[in-house]
Write a protein that binds this ligand. Structure first.
Ligand code: FES
Length: 108
């Protein structure tokens, strides 16, 4: 099965990504592999917040953020209730049809 997501970059340009649902990757890793500029300084440990994304559609189907992710999002001035850390989102069927806007900082 394939999962289709839509990614909006920092310039507002949207692209559809088709991802096999059996790859064991996070959304952050998929975005990096798709040539999006994501620093991901902490390597996916929910410690740097440079993988910040806003979930424009489909957020209610994703699993809830854990305390560590919520604490890190709390430190971001531009985070809202639809903010997530892409490194904490595993690729799976619940993501199909979701729309993500990339927000994370490009330098630290
Ligand atoms: S990669 Fe650092 S918080 Fe997601």
């Amino acid at each position: 099965m394939m999962i289709n997501i839509t990614v909006e970059d920092r310039n507002g340009e949207r692209q559809q990504l088709e991802i096999p649902d059996d790859i064991s990757l996070s959304l952050m890793e998929v975005l990096k592999a798709s040539e999006y500029h994501i620093l991901a300084t902490c390597g996916g440990m929910a410690l740097c917040a440079t993988c910040h994304v806003q979930v424009l559609e489909g957020g209610e189907r994703l699993g809830n953020a854990n305390d560590q992710e919520l604490d890190m999002l709390d430190t971001l001035p531009d985070a809202g209730s639809d903010s997530r850390l892409a490194c904490q989102l595993r690729i799976d069927q619940s993501m199909d049809g979701a729309v993500f806007r990339i927000l994370g900082a490009t330098e630290e």
